[in-house]
Design a protein around this ligand. Structure first.
Ligand code: B12
Ligand code: SF4
Length: 488
């Protein structure tokens, strides 16, 4: 049986080519069970071959699609294409875990997997295997046996009468070390060149791999959508992580590694152990980045020193807001502005590059709190500052607040509008209108990036000139809001 694991075409994220670890893990497990798998990621296929062309040339019996909320519409479109080419379609990922019924109502979607997918997918494929009727070049869709599907935890499906069934959820995997490594070897790695979230390439030609050393996060930030892991946190052992890291560096030729955990440093002792292990194993010559996952309050000077020695080049922090009241009462981040200041001092003292993430327009935000955020960004002066618009994802506390008080959207909203990288405010709340949020958002970019020393640094970068048209467009959107004006 041939299985294609795919991430659909999308306009929501186009600047960064980043391997899809969810698909990597699913592929690793399927390979370990002896199945034939391929990964197709639209973010590196666009402009080369569409999914429709790929499937016409090279048919698959099963097409699996992964989708976060802003990509769900694209996933439905891709499922239509897959069905037209005779495949059974299985959807999974964060949005499907949140709203499985919505997708099961689409005729082009055969099955939906909720939660962690490794075991569920293998059980589905095993159930299908016995009933495979697939033939090339004229494939007929597989018809799974309902008796087998009804026992698979975490699966949503249709019974013989066409009724949508939601089996009980599957518990999270206890021991992450028991999951096979992601099938890194299946990614067209030469097309993934930039691990940096802020488009400032470390090395445009890098063989940039990604690693996930832990899953989940126990914090409860009100904007954060964590449908798959909830408020749990599980870590892989240092030995297990080291073995994958070593494979990436020594066998697959990684020249850059991104750690994409939600919260890499929740257990500070373990984080330090991992650094020491990387140094001891002499894997510290390959630069790595904590792409999202450092929490400012789980740090100390020693951790940053060790990270530097272990090869870490750049650390990212969710600073979010410059106003302690907002952090405590609205964002519920479990950290203060002073903690961010301290972590930044330690990271800079260790000579690490720094990047900070800030959110604009949370419910309860005021012009004054946004001004405090801009001033904090200027004061912290990270190498990269990423300002984002608050985006309300279903299932989050922010979503519930807006539903209750804001009355700004309904359950029929267009999910594709929820991109975090948008320069448009997603909602107005209380006295704060969208225009003020957008004005402060663009002001933040201008005040941060148009300072002379920043401009000099940007212009001195090779990367700026290599991708000049792209940067020019981004600058026009972010600094001046040109994208918005055109849209209006
Ligand atoms: C790394 C990362 C990125 C990277 C890489 C994205 C990628 N393609 O994997 C980058 C920076 C590019 C990125 C971009 C975006 N991301 Co992102 N990202 C993450 C992060 C931090 C880790 C993802 C990861 O590797 N997880 C580990 C793997 C093992 O888990 P997984 O992907 O969920 O997969 C498991 C299950 O979901 C399931 N599964 C997944 N897909 C499928 C498919 C099938 C068929 C099956 C059976 C099962 C299955 O099985 C997998 C194995 O157990 C998560 C947070 C998180 N912890 O998940 C956010 C997260 C997934 N991102 C999110 C968002 C919103 C985005 C963007 C839409 C942002 C934007 N532009 O607005 C884009 C979309 C880009 C895209 N094309 O997917 C949200 C999604 C929320 C939601 N409700 O959907 C998350 C949860 C962050 C958050 N807390 O808000 N992201
Ligand atoms: S610390 Fe990060 S991952 Fe954890 S809840 Fe907050 S935003 Fe989400």
């Amino acid at each position: 049986m041939r299985i294609l694991l795919a991430s659909p075409e999308s306009a929501v994220w186009n600047s960064r080519k980043h391997i899809h670890m969810g698909l990597g893990y699913l592929a690793g497990t399927l390979l370990a069970h002896g199945y034939q798998v391929e990964i197709w990621d639209a973010s590196v296929e666009e402009g080369i071959e569409t999914l429709a062309k790929k499937l016409s040339r090279d048919p698959f019996e099963v097409v699996c699609l992964s989708a976060p909320t802003p990509l769900i519409v694209n996933a439905w479109q891709a499922a239509t294409v897959a069905k037209q080419h005779g495949a059974l379609t299985i959807l999974g990922g964060p949005h499907l875990t949140l709203m499985p019924h919505e997708s099961m109502e689409k005729p082009q979607v055969d099955l939906v997997v909720r939660g962690e997918g490794e075991t569920t997918l293998v059980e589905i494929i095993q159930a299908l295997g016995e009933f495979s009727t697939f033939q090339t070049p004229n494939p007929r869709p597989l018809t799974p046996d309902p008796r087998l599907l009804s026992n698979i935890l975490g699966l949503s499906w249709r019974n013989a009468e066409g009724k949508i069934m939601h089996n009980p959820s599957r518990p999270l995997v206890d021991d992450l070390d028991s999951i096979p490594f992601p099938a890194h070897q299946l990614f067209k790695i030469e097309r993934y060149t930039n691990l940096n979230p802020l488009t400032d390439g470390l090395d445009m030609q890098a063989r940039a791999y990604t690693i996930v050393t832990s899953r989940g996060c126990p914090y409860k930030c009100t904007y954060c959508s964590k449908p798959v892991t909830g408020n749990t946190w599980r870590a892989r052992s240092v030995e297990n992580v080291l073995a994958e890291w070593s494979w990436l560096v020594k066998d697959l030729g990684a020249t850059e590694i991104g750690v994409t955990d939600d919260i890499w440093n929740l257990d500070k002792t373990r984080a330090k152990e991992l650094c020491r292990a990387l140094i001891k194993a002499k894997l510290n010559h390959i630069p790595w980045v904590t792409v999202h996952g450092m929490k400012v309050n789980n740090t100390d000077a020693e951790l940053f020193q060790l990270m530097k020695q272990a090869g870490c080049r750049r650390v990212g922090f969710g600073v979010e807001n410059g106003d302690d009241w907002m952090l405590q009462h609205v964002i519920k981040k479990g950290q203060t502005v002073d903690m961010a200041r301290q972590a930044m001092r330690w990271a800079k003292a260790a000579k690490l590059e720094t990047m900070c993430f800030f959110i604009f327009g949370m419910p309860g935000e005021t012009e004054a709190s946004m001004e405090k955020t801009i001033r904090l960004a200027l004061e912290l002066d990270p190498d990269l500052a990423h300002f984002m618009m608050a985006a309300p994802f279903p299932g989050t506390e922010m979503w519930e607040t807006l539903k209750k008080h804001g009355d700004v959207f309904s359950d029929t909203m267009d999910w594709s509008q929820l991109a975090i990288q948008s320069e448009k405010a997603h909602f107005a709340f209380g006295d704060l209108d969208k225009e003020t949020v957008e004005r402060k958002f663009h002001e933040a970019h201008r005040r941060f990036y148009l300072r002379p020393h920043r401009m000099a640094r940007i212009l001195a970068r090779q990367d700026t000139w290599q991708r000049f048209p792209y940067y020019l467009k981004t600058a026009a959107n972010m600094l001046l809001g040109w994208g918005e004006r055109q849209a209006k």
